[in-house]
Design a protein around this ligand. Structure first.
Ligand code: AMP
Length: 395
């Protein structure tokens, strides 16, 4: 795997695809700088070599040029986080961009305007990618969040840098971490798959089933499995058209000797609301009018034992409606068990938008081994797919 550490960037201009798609408030102020901070190590290494950085990214979902989505909004944050004033150019291709790059000196950083002001970015237009390729000597992809998209800046542009392309430190770490879980893992390996629906995670479960020893299925998706096993799930969320698939997964797990752990009990509520009345129920016997919204106390204890024995842990998806305080306990206790196992030497990888939000909310983000930055990209890797942005560097 070629990374920026295999190049010396002295007097070179690095064209770096970063993920600066940060959330903004109504006054266009950045509300979470995680993604900018994640891009920093790659930028610093290139500057320290004596090179310069041309940063390209998308921001939001503009339809054509729309100044609401200008990357100018984040220039001050990038400058502050990197520790030097970065430059900005109001286009991402063409004369202005080329001029700004030509004037860029060693030790400087230039941010290009939003790539998605051009439809050609998402359509993966080759001519557009060729224009982008004029803006650097070496192409670096450091954007895991968009690595599953065959866009001009994430994939197509790489073909113009035959042996002058590589992974940035962030993307390399993402690939290594997932590899550490799926291919070079210390056993026992435990995957926790939670979230609302089984339909979005079927391919993940099928792909990892013979790579892991335990699969903990939690959250809303557990009820489809409990129902197919004959449980009475009351008004809990269920996908009746996925019962066959749930049964297939249970059969497959049995044939591969992979243990599937379903919740034993739940916190059931009489409404999907913070003000609901609640009771602890056996998950196979939830009364009508009640829905399971969090893992129950017996489940939490059981899961903590499974996790304590694991040497490699993958967590994707909350095991309860953690956004509501009343139903956050299961997800929090699960997070704590993962933190404890990590302190005891296990490797833990947390990924997927909601579980990342959960570990941040509970203050566990720096107590697990790795927090992935890409939701969709991570799911596709877990599904066993080859991501076009990664393939483009490797080929
Ligand atoms: P996903 O995007 O599929 O990972 O689902 C994440 C969402 O699942 C979160 O917003 C949780 O609130 C929700 N969720 C977790 N457990 C349950 C449950 N038992 N019932 C309904 N929604 C749930």
């Amino acid at each position: 795997m070629t990374t920026i550490n295999d190049f010396n960037f002295e007097n070179k201009k690095a064209l770096i695809r970063v993920d600066l798609n940060v959330p903004l408030d109504e006054n266009f102020k950045v509300t979470d700088t995680t993604r900018i901070e994640a891009a920093k190590p790659t930028i610093i290494k290139i500057l320290e070599d004596g090179g310069s950085c041309v940063l390209m990214s998308h921001l939001g979902r503009p339809k054509g040029v729309d100044k609401k989505f200008t990357l100018k909004h984040i220039i001050d944050n990038v400058s502050e986080i990197i520790g030097l004033q970065v430059k900005f150019v109001t286009d991402c291709v063409g004369e202005d961009a080329e001029k700004a790059v030509a004037e860029l000196e060693a030790g400087e950083i230039l941010v290009l305007e939003n790539l998605r002001f051009y439809d050609q970015e998402k359509s993966g237009d080759v001519a557009f990618a060729e224009q982008l390729s004029k803006l650097g000597d070496i192409y670096v992809n450091d954007a895991f969040g968009t690595a599953h998209r065959a866009h001009a800046s994430t994939t197509v542009v790489a073909q113009f840098f035959t042996d002058k392309k590589c992974f940035g430190l962030l993307l390399a770490k993402e690939i290594e971490s997932l590899n550490a879980v799926l291919n070079n893992s210390q056993k026992p390996v435990t995957a926790i798959i939670g979230g609302a629906k089984v339909s979005s995670k079927i391919d993940v479960i099928k792909n990892i089933i013979d790579k892991v020893d335990n699969i903990i299925i939690g959250g809303g998706m557990a009820f489809t499995f409990v129902k197919v096993k004959g449980g009475k799930i009351g008004d809990s969320i269920v996908e009746n058209d996925k019962l066959d698939i749930a049964q297939d997964i249970l059969n497959l797990a049995k044939s591969k000797n992979t243990r599937i752990h379903l919740p034993i009990d739940v916190i059931a509520a009489d409404a999907f609301s913070e003000d609901a009345n609640t009771q602890v129920c056996d998950i196979y016997n939830i009364p009508d009018g009640w829905q399971g919204l969090d893992a129950g106390p017996k489940t939490n204890v059981g899961l903590s034992f499974v996790i304590a024995e694991s040497k490699t842990i993958l967590w994707n998806g909350p095991i309860g409606v953690f956004e509501m305080e009343k139903f956050a306990k299961g997800t929090k206790e699960l997070g704590r068990a993962i933190v404890d196992a990590t302190a005891d030497g296990a490797f833990s990888l947390v990924g997927g938008g909601d579980s990342v939000a959960a570990v941040k909310q509970f203050g566990f983000a720096d107590k697990v081994s790795y927090v992935s930055t890409g939701g969709g990209a991570m799911l596709e890797m877990l599904e066993g797919k080859t991501l076009p942005g990664i393939e483009a560097i490797l080929s």
